[in-house]
Design a binder for this molecule. Structure first.
Ligand SMILES: C[S@@+](CC[C@H](N)C(=O)[O-])C[C@H]1O[C@@H](n2cnc3c(N)ncnc32)[C@H](O)[C@@H]1O
Length: 365
């Protein structure tokens, strides 16, 4: 929680410049969001509507989801024949997020809301804190949204080091086909603890019949080691190991790194929802998204591998800086190698992520 944030600012390696993939993910989930907004407006008819975007990050995408939600609230209210509610919008992320960058874009958002969507009463604020825990007053939220964020765990799972101090997931950054069962179990246990706390917290904060749409990287396979969930980490581990073989990175540093990440299956999510008992799952949609379906927004012609590497770098670099202390040149070299490995991989197979979009209703209470 103290280390995780996307690359700040607006330079070549920033999340702001390398988040077209996540933008695409927001757009593929929009029909699910629209249906959820229609239902909450119809059933709850709020005069003042509490909206939260969890894991908003910084850059163009931070306001994309919120702007889309406002447009939908306006259009749907008119369609149903209800007055457009006042909007109270919370943009949440971890305290290390570049909120200043987000705030700079707020005047443009307010202008758009007023001039393009006819929304006069919209109040947006930033809320630093972890979504794994309480963030909002009780019964204050009508609609909760989150895109490409819930696959981050609250911490690296415990249990990845033996009682004798041996690292159990050596030469890997995440679960992989060669990980032992105890490593897989440690990740599953952390997901269970985190997601159950997430549901418990949102259950208190959401009004009866409120709606929530969560879109995140997951998997369709029952197997947590399936390529759709792990392969991008595995190739990144190969790139790091190639540096270690040349003595440029300590191998022990690779052995001791484990990503605080988990790509769950719909069954695992359903299991947690049933255990919690406060939500109903209205629908689960799965989209396959090509790894290089996005990348950099600087329009320079680069290889697919480079596009993928830039997208991943914008997300993991702050974590890597803290753990590996590589320095800028070695970090560049790492992602050059990663890009090359991905380009080689793509000559055999185009890889795809699985993105799940799940729509929930807060049960009546
Ligand atoms: C890949 S970004 C997605 C940003 C944005 N929603 C988008 O679609 O582009 C994931 C964001 O989730 C945030 N995040 C991860 N874990 C979090 C937590 N426990 N609480 C709040 N935010 C978290 C990260 O800091 C990061 O900004």
């Amino acid at each position: 929680m103290h280390v995780l944030h996307m690359n700040k600012g607006e330079d070549e390696c920033s999340y702001a410049k390398n988040s077209l993939l996540q933008k695409k993910i927001i757009s593929v989930g929009s029909s699910v969001v629209e249906a959820a907004i229609f239902n909450v407006l119809l059933e709850v008819q709020p005069k003042s509507m509490g909206v939260a975007d969890l894991g908003c990050s910084s850059g163009p995408n931070s306001l994309t989801a919120v702007s889309q939600i406002a447009r939908m609230v306006n259009a749907t209210s008119q369609q149903i024949g209800l007055p457009v509610p006042e909007l109270r919008v919370s943009l949440n992320d971890l305290p290390g997020n570049d909120f200043n960058n987000v705030f700079k874009s707020l005047p443009e958002l307010y202008r758009k809301m007023k001039e393009e969507y006819g929304i006069e009463d919209c109040f947006v604020w930033g809320l630093p804190g972890s979504f794994y825990g309480s963030l909002f007053p009780a019964c204050s939220l009508h609609f909760v949204h989150s895109s490409t964020s819930i696959h981050w765990l609250s911490q690296v799972p415990l249990g990845l080091v033996s009682s004798g101090g041996t690292h159990l997931n050596k030469e890997r950054l995440y679960i992989s086909k060669s990980s032992s069962m105890s490593v897989v179990k440690a990740y599953q246990q952390q997901f269970h603890e985190d997601f159950s706390l997430f549901l418990k917290s949102r259950a208190k904060e959401m009004v009866s019949r409120g709606r929530m749409v969560l879109s995140f990287l997951g998997r369709l396979s029952a197997n947590p080691c399936a390529d759709e969930a792990c392969y991008h980490w595995e190739l990144l581990a190969h790139a790091l190991m190639s540096l270690a073989l040349e003595g440029l990175v300590e191998k022990e540093k690779i052995d001791s790194f484990n990503a605080p990440y988990y790509a769950p299956s719909p069954q695992e999510v359903k299991h947690e929802v049933e255990n919690d008992g406060s939500f109903v799952i209205e629908g689960v949609e799965a989209f396959k998204i090509e790894w290089d379906d996005g990348g950099s927004s600087d329009h320079v012609m680069i290889s697919s591998g480079n596009r993928v590497a830039k997208t991943i770098r914008a997300v993991v670099e702050p974590m890597f800086e803290t753990h590996f202390h590589l320095g800028h040149e070695l970090m560049d070299e790492l992602f050059r190698r990663y890009a090359k490995i991905i380009d080689d991989c793509f000559t055999r197979k185009k890889m795809k992520y699985t993105n799940l979009v799940i729509s929930f209703t807060r049960k009546s209470y």
